[in-house]
Design a protein around this ligand. Structure first.
Ligand code: ZN
Length: 526
């Protein structure tokens, strides 16, 4: 175990001690709000909604006020003046760096603006729900268009308050992935689009039987299998919980208390199985953070993209591999003998990896998933710059679906209304999902180079050294390193989509029995 509970910070310095005290209060307030949020999704009776929204908003306002107090600024400034002398470690410096960034961010946004934005987003969320349900569930985007315009107007103002270089979207991207820019994404995403098109062209028409995944799978049996999977991947139930919720998520209060939620769909087995592997991946990251960082903002994953790389690492690179199911499939078969008794492991692995364009992002396969992200990214970028108008979003959406994936969404609820993100003001968030896929491929490549026998271990159900490698290289550092630096430390380079492309060509070429050419562009890539 690398976890320690001894503080990693310079507690001999009185200013640092004061700062850590303030930071502990801010952390506790954030956790109280998180706990209220977790409870809302897991336990709260329906009737409690209004009171809960108020409670969370009160806690968030107190936190925002404390976070923008002038004495905090003065304390940070004083410490910045002496942090380069020998008594301060990289942990002290990282904490000051993050505090400075967050302080400046919070104080750049006027209080009036924050309140207005939170009202507009709340209203947009209600409207979005109504618009999605309208028309007998087919949805009606026109009901949502003006609320969406209001959300994006405020996002543009937010970008102006925060300041940016180049495209205004850069100011928003930076909040989820520090340093990420439109210029970078406009280089990276076309690489993913090209590779996806190549794979789609080649696998089109190949018949894969997936029918057995949609038989009746009793929830109770699914749950006991999910718990067993999670435990065996390394989720520590003495420092975490697994509960039911409509939308799976992970939340952490401390490395010693990390909670995941999942759902079991009685008519579709993969939703629950891969849901729990995915959330366990997020949870292992949080449980693996060095406990010496506890009580500070460094005690959590460093960015949305890196977090998503951890969930996808386990879900796709480990959990959708042949070797993984060599070990688990016999047990799954015993749990569901009538559904899977006549299926063999190869058929199962083909079915859970089948590439087939579909209109819904969260149901997409590993390859077409990125296209769903690219479409949302392009629309957000162009709405923000004023190049397109919100009323035209469904038309643009459908055009892009047709040109990238060759499919026609039949309804707005299967199209531009499907995700909650825009209505809650999460603009700039979608790219993190694809960054997760790319980072995961890069990490996986480094791990493989150091442990060439990884497949054999996975086929025996042994994941200890994988977890150890991730913990040592990524998890324990929390937010000490920014995503770009972490990537360079672990893989020797910044974000590079070629690893994902090579992995995908390899994997899907093998699964479909076709020769997909992999690139030799990167000499580092063995
Ligand atoms: Zn995730």
């Amino acid at each position: 175990m690398t976890s320690r509970s001894k503080s990693l910070f310079n507690t001999a310095d009185p200013d640092m001690r004061k700062l850590l005290e303030k930071e502990a209060v801010l952390t506790d307030l954030g956790n109280a709000s998180g706990l209220a949020y977790w409870d809302q999704d897991v336990n709260m009776p329906e009737g409690g909604e209004d009171a809960r929204v108020k409670l969370i908003s009160t806690l968030d306002t107190i936190q925002h006020d404390l976070q923008t107090r002038r004495y905090l600024d003065r304390l940070i400034t004083r410490l910045e003046g002496k942090v380069d002398n020998g008594d301060f470690s990289e942990y002290d410096r990282a904490l000051l760096r993050e505090l400075r960034t967050d302080y400046d961010l919070a104080s750049k946004l006027p209080r009036r603006f924050v309140t207005e934005q939170s009202k507009v987003n709340s209203k947009a969320q209600q409207t979005w729900k109504r618009a999605k349900m309208a028309n007998d569930g087919k949805g009606d985007f026109s009901l949502f268009a003006s609320d969406l315009a209001a959300v994006f107007d405020l996002k543009r103002r937010e970008a102006d308050y925060l300041g940016f270089q180049g495209h205004p979207y850069n100011a928003l991207l930076d909040q989820y992935e520090q340093g990420l820019t439109v210029e970078q994404l406009d280089t990276i995403f076309p690489v993913l689009v090209d590779a996806t098109k190549t794979i789609l062209d080649r696998v089109e028409g190949a018949e894969v039987d997936r029918s057995f995944l949609s038989l009746k799978y009793p929830r109770g049996v699914q749950w006991s299998f999910a718990r067993r999977l999670s435990r065996s991947l390394g989720f520590d139930f003495t420092r975490g919980r697994l509960d039911r919720a409509v939308h799976p998520f992970t939340i952490k209060f401390d490395p010693t208390d990390v909670r995941i939620t999942n759902r079991a769909d009685p008519n579709y087995l993969p939703a629950g199985v891969f849901g729990v592997i995915h959330e366990t991946g997020h949870a292992l990251y949080e449980q693996g953070v060095d406990r010496g960082l506890s009580g500070t903002r460094l005690a959590t994953g460093t960015s949305m993209g890196i977090h998503e790389s951890q969930s996808r690492f386990w879900e796709n690179y480990v959990g959708r591999s042949n070797e993984f199911w060599e070990y688990w499939f016999p047990m799954l078969q015993r749990k569901f003998p009538s559904q899977l008794g006549s299926v063999n492991v190869d058929q199962f692995v083909k079915a859970i990896n089948a590439v087939r364009p579909s209109p819904i992002r969260i149901e997409a396969d590993e390859i077409t998933y990125n296209i769903h992200v690219v479409i949302r990214y392009e629309i957000e970028r162009d709405l923000l710059s004023g190049k397109i108008q919100t009323k035209d979003v469904p038309m643009i959406w459908n055009e892009k679906m047709r040109s990238y994936l060759g499919i026609d969404p039949q309804t707005d609820s299967q199209g531009a209304l499907q995700d909650v993100h825009w209505s809650s003001g999460l603009v700039g968030y979608f790219p993190s999902y694809s960054l997760g896929n790319i980072y995961a491929a890069q990490f996986y490549n480094s791990l493989r180079n150091q442990h060439p026998d990884i497949d054999r271990s996975i086929s025996k159900g042994e994941y200890g050294f994988i977890r150890q490698w991730l913990r040592e290289n990524i998890h324990r550092h929390g937010s000490v390193y920014r995503p770009g630096d972490l990537s360079t430390n672990v893989t020797g380079e910044q974000l590079n989509p070629q690893y994902f492309v090579d992995y995908a060509m390899n994997k899907f070429g093998r699964l479909y029995g076709i020769d997909l050419k992999t690139s030799q562009l990167n000499p580092l890539h063995a």
